[in-house]
Ligand binder design. Sequence first.
Ligand code: ADP
Ligand code: MG
Length: 635
Amino acid sequence: MSFLRLLARNRLALAGLVVMAAVVVLALITPLLPLADPDVTNTADRFERPFGAAGLLGTDHLGRDLLSRLLHGTRLSLAVGFAAALIAATIGAAIGIVAGYYGGRIDNVIMRGVDMLMAFPYILLALAIVAALGPGLMNALIAVAAVNIPFFARNIRGVTVSIANREFVDAARLSGMGDARIILTEVLPNVIPVIVIAMSTTVGWMILETAGLSFLGLGSQPPQADLGSMLGEARSALISNPHTSIVPGAMILVIVMAINLLGDGVRDALDPRLKSGALSRPMPTTLVRRETPPPAPAADDAVLEIAGLKTEFHVRDRVYRAVGGVDLSLKPGECLGIIGESGSGKSVTALSVMGLVASPPGVITGGRVQFDGQDLIGAPYEVLRRMRGDRVAYIFQDPLSTLHPLYTVGAQLVEAVRAHHPTPRAEARAHAIELLRAVRIPNAESRIDSYPHELSGGMRQRVGIAMALANDPEVIIADEPTTALDVTVQAQILSLLDDLRRERGLAIVFITHDFGVVAQLCDRVAVMYAGRIVEAGPAAAILTAPAHPYTARLMACVPELGGGRRHLAAIPGLPPAVDRLPAGCAFAERCDKAQAACRQGDIPLVAHGPGRSVRCIAPEPAPEPAPDTVTEAAE
Ligand code: ADP
Ligand code: MG
């Protein structure tokens, strides 16, 4: 099971587990061991030293065998601690789930009650409960359980509130399930890991608290031994006969340490975010480990040139070649489309430009990104930081997840400006209003104080664009900015981007999976498949006569309005997994023109008509090639 494997990877937790298992086994088999009776006094042999004639650990002030008392005491303390934890967790979780699930007045009444309990200092409350019930181990257990109930109730209520409003609970309700069933089948399974985590991290305390009450004489009553009462009885002989205190004290230390180490390990192993490594903080720039020196920069007028870019994900012993040698160049004021199926490496290409691919697991293993006369791959973080959002800006697919929910859009625009250009707030705010106007948001003066959730999807994407424009960048990389929007809003956003490009001379890299968008906006287009460019060239030429079978098949999947009913030819099969790329053409598996030669060796990207290139050994012939490019294509 992966839980045990994860736990075993945590050395300290494993040590805790081993120690705890040993202690628990010892406690379980204590009655079977050949030990002296723990409660039989023998005052003639009092305060015998350990390792002497009277037993391994010596005797206490009444001459009772310390080893026997220690094991019996441990048994009792563990039992009481675990029982208290179990009771507190069960009652606390039940209270928390009911409060969180029903909400409203029920929640209010219950949680105010819990708050009242929490208002008392912990140990004082336990003392008061024991004082009311009378001393005794059972009452100590009740007191310890009672003071821990609020902790569980609060935690579990919080988790339940977030679960009770989720869609799958609504779906269960719509399917006619009753509250009790929803709580048991939908809510509880989601809450149990939290309960287990809370328990594993609190059992240690509860054992300590029980021991504390016993130490004060409110828990186990003489002659019964538990770890706390043993300590309490040994207190008067602390200086003269320290071994009587050290023995139970060391045991408490060992147990609580082991439980806490184990509890931390359990928490980490149960947290799904830790499992996927999400909490391992990504580095500020993508890791670069180039195996070959970067290619020389091409001497042309491109603002941004990507050459031979290779980005991989190294996940344990697997290597995912998400981008396998991509060449692109972007001229000032040009719009370059990158098109391809989902998973073809478009986003990873775009993020690699500014070193934004998360590392680990991302690694750039080759290539060059030439911008502003320098190679950005492997550039120092400070250089990239200054360019990000200032000279190269991104627009992402879902602005709801990229905008901060608790700040107004104005505050976020101001922040975007001031991150790069320290301007007075008032000035930055005026600039932000201007930006909102530039992206055609009506009533920019009042809209600037809206929160992201108060705007529609199209508005939010306009804010995303405004933010990208904030510092007048030279290049905007738009990663499927219209995919989440409906067609009318998409059309507005596209024409907005087109206008902005013409007004401001922006160069745009536009990532999409929609040929309609490419046709409307892009000058040139690059088609990606399995991390490589399979065809590139002027958008109009490729759209009228695709050369690569993949491009042709992709276009055949696009329904045509007014074209009458026609069979949409979905491409059979799936793109190859990027950790097991086949030799030769990655598309061969799904291509109806594939030949034996397609599956051998590397297939290069070759020139194919004016300004076009294609990665195929049998492309569709280029239409009416101009005479001077024939020789180029034949190379
Ligand atoms: P898209 O073209 O849809 O934008 P991406 O660039 O996001 O595709 O992803 C390209 C490939 O990289 C996909 O096959 C994806 O599975 C892989 N990939 C992306 N992120 C990771 C990651 N963190 N670990 C492993 N593989 C990843
Ligand atoms: Mg993507």
